[in-house]
Design a protein around this ligand. Structure first.
Ligand code: HPA
Ligand code: ZN
Length: 337
């Protein structure tokens, strides 16, 4: 099948967890290579387990899956595989979460995690020109001191880390818990983002903006319970890195037709489309676009706006942003379906 225009054009992906990009086949191969015991024998058995009632159920499987990642080479292979797969969807710029707290407690050196992932980004850029970088993820259910320790350990890589982010179980772990960590990250010159308003209330989005001073919000879809907040997000053009298939798989919305992506876009928000944890949620970025287009009846102009928003929201300099937007405009002139 020929891909639709939205699938064929260059795009940015801004919300993807490298650990959540671990395909069942690679998970089993790494378990064998590293002699890690896992309770699944086949890729089909693993896929059958990808059935979640909520975020917590997903996180438990996602954390268990991470246990096969041990060496620097594993992090390199994982990252290079994601970037190669993203390229097939015409992703030209990727900003990816990595979660040291998922690995260092198992004795994995901090350096293995970061050096492996960074080497893959550098190699993929040499091999096929993809740009992007790492978002250092923090487990929000762990303490602020633990988070400060992650930032301290990351200092030797400070110039090679793009941003700080918060992930993990949202309810009961508000952004306000991490004010000092975000202050430290800002001092290091990092960009700032955080998951908020996925399962948590609109107040967590407000906290992320006002207390952590984040530049964009990961998910953020629950903002629609607070009309004043929706207006603020539109007026300030705060990007939301929305992940439609993830939201359906984790029961944030009952189905894609009831997703609020189109309503938020029409309200003037800088909505972007992303994949979150693609093998777990049934699709990479193009599947997220294509299925949203179909379920929500997005117009050509709306599809084009979503792709443009991805570059608008990327943590890149204006020169690269203009280059990517110019490439997009040439391939997809305004008004063409
Ligand atoms: N939410 C919170 N934590 C996560 C997610 C998510 O969607 N994906 C991976 N870790
Ligand atoms: Zn996420």
């Amino acid at each position: 099948m020929t891909p639709s225009l939205v699938e064929a054009v260059p795009k940015a992906e801004l919300h993807i967890h490298l650990e959540g990009s671990l395909e069942p086949d690679m998970l089993l191969a790494l378990a064998a290579r590293n002699k890690v015991d896992i309770p699944y024998k086949t890729a089909d058995e693993l896929r059958a387990a990808y059935d979640f009632a909520n975020l917590q159920e997903f996180l438990e499987l996602y954390w268990a899956g991470q246990s096969v990642l041990i060496t620097e080479r594993d992090f390199y292979d994982l990252t290079y595989a994601y970037l190669t797969r993203a390229r097939q969807d015409n992703v030209v710029h990727a900003e990816a979460y990595i979660l040291p707290q998922g690995h260092t407690p198992r004795g994995v050196p901090f350096a293995a995690v970061l050096d492996g992932a960074l080497a893959a980004f550098a190699e993929a850029q040499r091999d096929f020109g993809i740009t992007g970088g790492l978002i250092l993820g923090l487990n929000r259910h762990e303490s602020e001191d633990a988070a400060l320790d992650v930032v301290r350990q990351a200092r030797p890589w400070r110039d090679r880390i793009l941003a700080l982010g918060l992930e993990g179980p949202e309810k009961g772990n508000p952004p306000s818990k991490f004010v000092r960590v975000y202050d430290a990250a800002r001092d290091l010159g990092w960009h700032l983002t955080a998951h908020a308003g996925e399962e948590g209330p609109p107040a967590y989005i407000v906290e992320a903006l006002d207390l952590l001073k984040v530049e964009r919000i990961d998910h953020g879809v629950r903002c629609d319970r607070d009309p004043l907040l929706v207006r603020r997000l539109a007026e300030e053009r705060v990007p939301l890195t929305v992940c439609p298939l993830s939201n359906v798989m984790l029961k944030v919305f009952p189905n894609l037709a009831q997703h609020n992506l189109r309503r938020l876009l029409r309200a003037g928000l800088c909505v972007t489309v992303n994949s979150d944890d693609p093998p777990y949620f049934g699709g990479y970025v193009n599947a997220n676009y294509a299925q949203s287009v179909k379920a929500l009846g997005l117009t050509a102009a709306e599809q084009q706006r979503l792709v443009r928003n991805g570059f608008e929201a990327a943590f890149i300099d204006d020169e690269l942003r203009e280059r990517y937007l110019g490439d997009l405009d040439r391939l997809w002139p305004a008004g063409k379906a």
